[in-house]
Design a protein around this ligand. Structure first.
Ligand SMILES: [Mg+2]
Length: 261
């Protein structure tokens, strides 16, 4: 499908130039940042299924997530090498379960987990239409993830998403992580835009949406699970990426609206 962009007529452009500045003057939108796990990819379903299959019980996902967050934080802080992170995390998790395993067993556990996981990746249904719209609207796209390593690029490639993105920002490679403003500002600097010209969308209210807002970007919370939560001022909430185009058009000026020729 071909797209063209709506451009103002000469009279509209003249009227806009002549209009006095109003109380609300939205910035142009030049960059949209998207979190990866549980925003684009149904990571929790795949990860929890893989773990349950491996250990024979389905109630340990929250423990796995907590241990993962602790180990990712160590990688970001430079206290743990990324190359060692996965095995160290699995050893720690298995020890918490009371399992005494030698290094060979842990290596086997981790290899099997990753194999199961990679077979389970699924995109949410609203992802491709949204990315198509954003590409047609002419904004730059960056994937911004708190993951610790380059496997996120393989994940995007496996699912056919790599072609949509101008940049992939990975916390473990940058030495900083969301919600630190440094993470968001570094992405904006890389893409050559001011934070006020960018929006970030992610499934975590604190890490993604509030972090982005506090860094001067538009902060959008993708609340896929319809969690009841007070949403602070300046943070936008959507429950599907299908709602993102309308939100961006309303909140930013100069979003190219794709129209069919
Ligand atoms: Mg996420």
């Amino acid at each position: 499908m071909d797209f063209a962009f709506a451009t103002p007529t000469a009279s509209q452009a003249t009227a806009e130039r002549a209009a006095p500045p109003g109380p609300w003057s939205p910035p142009a939108l030049r960059l949209v940042c998207l979190d990866i796990d549980d925003t684009l990819i149904d990571f929790t379903s795949a990860g929890s299924r893989a773990l349950a299959e491996l250990i024979g019980r389905a109630d340990m996902w929250s423990l796995w997530e907590r241990i993962t967050d602790e180990h990712v934080a160590k990688v970001v802080a430079g206290d743990l090498a990324y190359a060692d992170m996965h095995l160290t995390r699995s050893r720690c998790f298995l020890a918490e379960l009371g399992a005494e395993m030698d290094t060979g067993d842990v290596v086997g556990f981790e290899a099997r987990r990753r194999e199961l996981l990679r077979r389970s990746w699924r995109l949410f249904d609203d992802v491709l239409p949204c990315l198509d719209w954003l590409n047609a609207a002419g904004v730059q796209l960056a994937a911004v993830t708190n993951a610790s390593g380059g496997h996120q690029r393989a994940k995007l490639a496996d699912l056919g998403l790599a072609r949509f993105f101008d940049h992939v920002a990975i916390a473990g490679e940058m030495g900083t992580a969301k919600p630190d403003p440094v993470m968001f500002h570094t992405v904006c600097l890389t893409m050559g835009c001011d934070p006020s010209e960018a929006a970030h969308v992610g499934d975590k209210l604190d890490t993604d949406a509030i972090g982005a807002r506090d860094a001067g970007l538009g902060g959008v919370w993708l609340n896929r699970r319809a969690v009841t939560e007070d949403v602070p001022t300046g943070v936008h909430e959507i429950d599907s990426l299908a709602e993102l185009p309308e939100l961006l058009i309303c909140e930013f000026a100069s979003v190219g609206v794709p129209i069919q020729r």
